[in-house]
Design a protein around this ligand. Structure first.
Ligand code: ADP
Ligand code: MG
Length: 362
């Protein structure tokens, strides 16, 4: 991994998002994305007392290089980009260098990290509220990084009370979010558990490394889900619409990969709670795309909503992720033409699928 350095001053205001750590979900999301960016194949998320006492994410990724210990939690220090221009070719989840700095500000934050050549020795790093390195100590540890946020929002009493009040719902949202990462990350083992106030530990999510996407779906949503699914393999190619900002040909070639319910009445469920959308494997909410799936599906099956896992694979110049603090909003530069082409392709897929038999089990 390259050196962690400050983003150029002129770029900071273009990239910074203001508030990154606003709830339990954002803590988990930022830490898990850091683990994925570090190339982890195993990610363990542990909560104590629903996350009120401790949120801990352990990975077997690259670890952090000793020359970066001092800067890792300083605001806008990142190893992932150095100027605004790099954003268009970004392939990592993180790019703002804000998450660790925000976590230091709102919790007691520490890290244990080791690179391959350091293990079985690791370094425990403790930080001040400002993100400055406070203490460094050699401890035992394998290759990878464990990030621990203790007493989240203890520095912000109003937000802490809010968190305590809504903690069960928040934890539910975290599991939904982690399901999205777990289903698409076929090379990564996820293990998520909570130890409650009475020291009882409950497994919230568990997937294997090197599983297929279908195995992940079965683990998360139950094996029965697979019975209704057909593969989603669409190669969309379209002329740029008049309103589309860009005209380069490769920007208008988009591959859609994943799984979707067959449009057969009696299959699927009435709700939209099992739909996951991604752009280049990044989980995100794309309302126009969700609408397209549900609309086309409805013309075949009025009573149910489909299961959807759809990854839109496209050139990184075709969209912008730097729109909202949580980076879940994706701005597609030419959504009108994409949606039209998607609807046509889905229509064709559903038409064909009506005649075919369902996929068997894995
Ligand atoms: P960003 O992800 O936007 O770069 P963060 O504040 O999340 O900013 O992290 C700062 C830096 O710390 C990252 O750029 C990365 O170099 C390093 N880092 C954080 N978490 C991990 C991890 N789990 N494994 C390896 N490096 C990490
Ligand atoms: Mg990050």
């Amino acid at each position: 991994m390259s050196t962690i350095k400050a983003i150029e001053a002129r770029s900071v205001h273009q990239i910074q998002s203001g508030q990154v750590i606003v709830d339990l979900c954002s803590v988990v999301k930022e830490l898990v994305e850091n683990s994925l960016d570090a190339g982890a194949t195993s990610i363990e998320v542990r909560f104590k007392n629903d996350g009120l006492d401790l949120i801990e994410v352990q990975d077997n990724g690259s670890g952090i290089a000793p020359q970066n210990y001092e800067s890792i939690a300083l605001k806008h220090y990142t190893s992932k980009l150095s100027s605004y221009d790099d954003l268009t070719s970004l392939t990592t989840f993180g790019f703002r260098g804000e998450a660790l700095s925000s976590l230091c500000a709102v919790s007691d934050f520490h890290i244990v990290t080791a690179q391959a050549d350091q293990a079985p020795k690791a370094n425990k790093l403790e930080f001040e509220r400002s993100g400055k390195l406070k203490n460094k100590q050699i401890v035992a540890g394998q290759r990878g990084t464990t990030s621990s946020a203790v007493n989240l929002f203890s520095t912000l009493p109003v937000r802490r009370r809010e968190l305590e009040k809504n903690i069960k719902r928040e934890l539910g949202k975290v599991v939904t979010l982690l399901n999205e990462y777990a289903c698409i990350s076929t090379g990564v083992r996820f293990n998520v558990k909570n130890t409650d106030a009475k020291r009882k530990t409950i497994m919230l999510l568990s997937t294997k490394a090197n599983a297929t996407m279908k195995e992940n779906i079965a683990n998360v949503y139950g094996a029965k889900t697979l019975l209704t699914l057909i593969p989603l393999e669409l190669d969309l190619e379209f002329e740029p619409s008049a309103t589309g900002k860009r005209v380069d040909r490769e920007l208008n070639e988009i591959r859609v990969r994943g799984h979707v319910s067959r449009p057969v009445v009696g299959e699927g469920r009435g709700t939209r709670d099992r739909q996951m959308y991604y752009v280049n494997s990044r989980p995100c909410g794309i309302p126009q795309i969700a609408k397209a799936f549900n609309e086309v599906y409805k013309s075949y099956n009025l009573s149910q909503a489909p299961f959807v896992l759809a990854d839109f694979q496209m050139d990184t110049n075709a969209y912008d992720v730097n729109v909202s603090p949580d980076k879940r909003t994706i701005l597609l530069h030419d959504s009108a033409a994409l949606i039209e082409s998607l609807k046509n392709a889905l229509d064709k897929l559903f038409q064909e699928a009506e005649q075919t038999v369902p996929q068997s089990q894995i």
